[in-house]
Design a protein around this ligand. Structure first.
Ligand SMILES: Nc1ncnc2c1ncn2[C@@H]1O[C@H](COP(=O)(O)OP(=O)(O)O)[C@@H](O)[C@H]1O
Ligand SMILES: [Mg+2]
Length: 237
């Protein structure tokens, strides 16, 4: 069996290599977590997962991405546009990208996806961006929940899994159980902050890093730079 890059004596975390961002997440997400990245369209789900992918590659982890939003080529240029250069990692096979057409798979989508993920078990990190259309096409809630149950089984083997989800695409009575199954829950929003609208990342939960729960950080996505943490007044009720 191939060894995961997780066998050092240090506390093993998944890092975005963005110091401010990591500190808000209690220093990073513990290896082996099932992570839910939830937010509406344009809230930063893809950018945040790309930042974490890049950070993980820098730290020597092997990463596989299942994407419904990009081809390999468009992903490379999207990441380049925010100063995340991943070309070498792709060429070295440290980073694998699988474009997927969840819509075409119909109700089989959650099952097909988890089967494909099981083939990536030698990876340290598996990212699904985005799972939303799999939910839209699933016939029953059970199909969706089984996906997360199976994902948890992979996590128990030491694999870290990130799943992005557009919350509006999910029935209220389904999102609750999904959230509670995940070890970490990152919630992205656009919020009014005084006179302006800012993007925020709320660390709703990181199991194993109790102190950060509830932390809210404001950020903007700057061309040629990426996610930049910005101060927010946080005058919220
Ligand atoms: N290279 C870039 N330059 C400027 N803004 C960008 C760049 N890439 C993404 N963004 C912006 O970052 C925000 C978050 O985008 P994205 O992560 O794709 O959202 P989501 O995946 O949640 O739909 C959007 O407002 C998008 O326009
Ligand atoms: Mg996206």
């Amino acid at each position: 069996m191939e060894e995961h890059a997780t066998q050092s004596t240090e506390r093993q975390v998944i890092s975005s290599c963005n110091t401010e961002l990591d500190s808000k997440m209690g220093g990073g997400i513990p290896v082996g977590s099932l992570v839910l990245i939830e937010g509406s369209s344009g809230s930063g789900k893809s950018v945040l997962s790309q930042q974490i992918i890049w950070g993980s590659l820098q730290n020597g982890f092997g990463v596989s991405l299942f994407t419904s939003e990009n081809s390999v080529k468009s992903l490379v240029s999207q990441m380049q546009s925010i100063d995340l250069d991943i070309l070498d990692f792709l060429l070295l096979g440290k980073f694998k990208v699988y474009p997927m057409e969840l819509a075409r798979l119909g109700e089989q989508a959650p099952f097909a996806l988890i089967q494909a993920m099981k083939k990536e078990q030698q990876r340290d990190i598996i990212v699904v961006d985005t799972f939303t259309s799999a939910i839209a096409h699933a016939r029953t809630d059970l199909q969706v929940l089984s996906f997360f149950e199976e994902a948890k089984r992979l996590c128990a083997k030491g694999i870290t899994i990130l799943v992005t989800l557009h919350s509006q695409g999910v029935a209220p009575d389904l999102i609750g159980p999904i959230r509670s199954m995940c070890d970490a829950h990152l919630l992205l929003r656009s919020e009014q902050d005084g006179q302006r609208i800012v993007k925020t990342l709320q660390v709703a939960k990181v199991r194993g890093a109790a102190s950060v729960t509830g932390a809210v950080v404001g950020f903007e996505v700057e061309p040629g730079w990426g996610m930049r943490v910005i101060p927010i007044s946080k005058a919220r009720g």
